[in-house]
Design a protein around this ligand. Sequence first.
Ligand SMILES: [Zn+2]
Length: 558
Amino acid sequence: MFEASQPFVFFDYFRIPYAVRPSRQGDSHAGAAAFVCTLTALARPGQAARSLMWVSADARPATWSATGQLGCYRLDNFTFFGHVAPDAAIRAMLPRPERDWRPAESIQAEDGRQVAAIWRDRDGNVFLPFDPGEVMGLFWSEGYRDIGRSAVAAFCRAAALRGYYLARPALPRPVQLRLRRLFTHVQATSAFPGWPVEDSLHDFYGWLFAMIAELADGPVPFLGLWPAGRSWALVLTHDVETAVGYRDMSLLRAPERVGGYRSSWNFVGARYQVDGETVRSLQDDGCEIGVHGLLHDGRDLTGRFLDERLPAMWEHASRWNAVGFRSPATLRDWVLMHRLGFVYDSSYADTDPYEPQPGGCCTFLPYFNRGMVELPITLPQDHTLFTILQHADAELWLRKAEHIRDRGGMVLVLTHPDYARDKRLADGYQKLLDTFADDRTVWHALPREVAAWWRGRAASTIRGTGDGWIIDGPAADAGQVCYAGAGSMAGPRSSPIGLRRAQTTLWLMPRNGPGRTAALTGARPTPVTRRSSKSRLRVRNPVIERIAKPRTWSPLPM
Ligand SMILES: [Zn+2]
């Protein structure tokens, strides 16, 4: 269905079937510069093949700094980061200028100036002035946080963070809280990522899927995001901060047990005594144990302390049969995380301006940092919501969980038994569990199960049989083939806005596509009740508008 001149991160991530054929692509677009990548949708009989081209971030020539500016940009309805080549540079790269290439969609800089464009020719070929793989990587790694900052500013930010953490154990708790609340005002003014929801990366996925469906003139098959026909995932995790939390675990575990939920419990190995009996009883109950650092003193992941402490963390992991890591205070470092040697890490939030290390990977889906699976925390933390921001109830949790459900993502909750004597947290957690207890569309999973699924999915491919598509690999039994763009095809082709809106909302939902494809997947998907696309479209935006205006921006009680 598709051929690319080199591996395409977007297709690899969504497991869209394609072949890499460097030489043939080079021939078909003679004239395109050597660092231009090409993805071609194979032609149907009687039609010309159409291509998507982009400038590879990896193969960027030494002169690139003169033609592409690393920065923050707006396109369509989303923000993105990357090197973007201005129109003059793109003109020189366009293959076959006689094809009447034109700037079709404008790209704006942060100040609103139009600085570049998506180019299209009269045959429907498209040229992107940026590399989609680089865009995805800058979100996932939070690399965008250093764009536009001077090296000195980045260094000072890192130093201030270290200072706060090293001083913190010495501060009485009320002082710590007051400091955190003061920080809150500063952090809330940060323009990106948005809070409590940042949709840019998922809107970017939708935009790209829409473009590729248009190129292929039909729905684009991809390997469904969740197993067994489920359309979203709900994952419960807890960090046990201190001996108080260790004592109070039942405050959160009891309501889970009543609702039939399982959860993951992250322990700090050397901060309090974790006895084997507690570990065994949680595991017998279907729960998982993870590692939450060694001492939780702000030093677990820094310099020489990491080398000293990592063997002890591994020893705890082995004793607890733990494969997952949650960094204390979610301190994280993209280069460091995969060195920790765990199967998965869950220290990145999708968006969290309130943590001492603010930021977010901007996704509701797992992703890879080299060989390690990252499972983002996608609801605001209990401590942030109830203690720092003083919310009275869990309304924001529920609204955001519904939003992620509607986008087919993973709701990963982090709560602490240490704070569970706060009635707002206890009641809010109960409400969250109750709300989704009977939802037949959700996959209730432990983080280790999500990591295993994501790994198996990444090792699986979709193969055309001439009759439809089947899945090869570890996801063959539980996975299903989904289609992006199928929803839009029913709409008028002449309405790109309608197409885009339908696309961005629909693409993540499992769809059984045309004809018999579902039967050909080899999967036996559980029937799921889907609301109509119309109701999703109607519901989504008002929800976000409502929760984007938290009532707690006014000065907080000290
Ligand atoms: Zn912690």
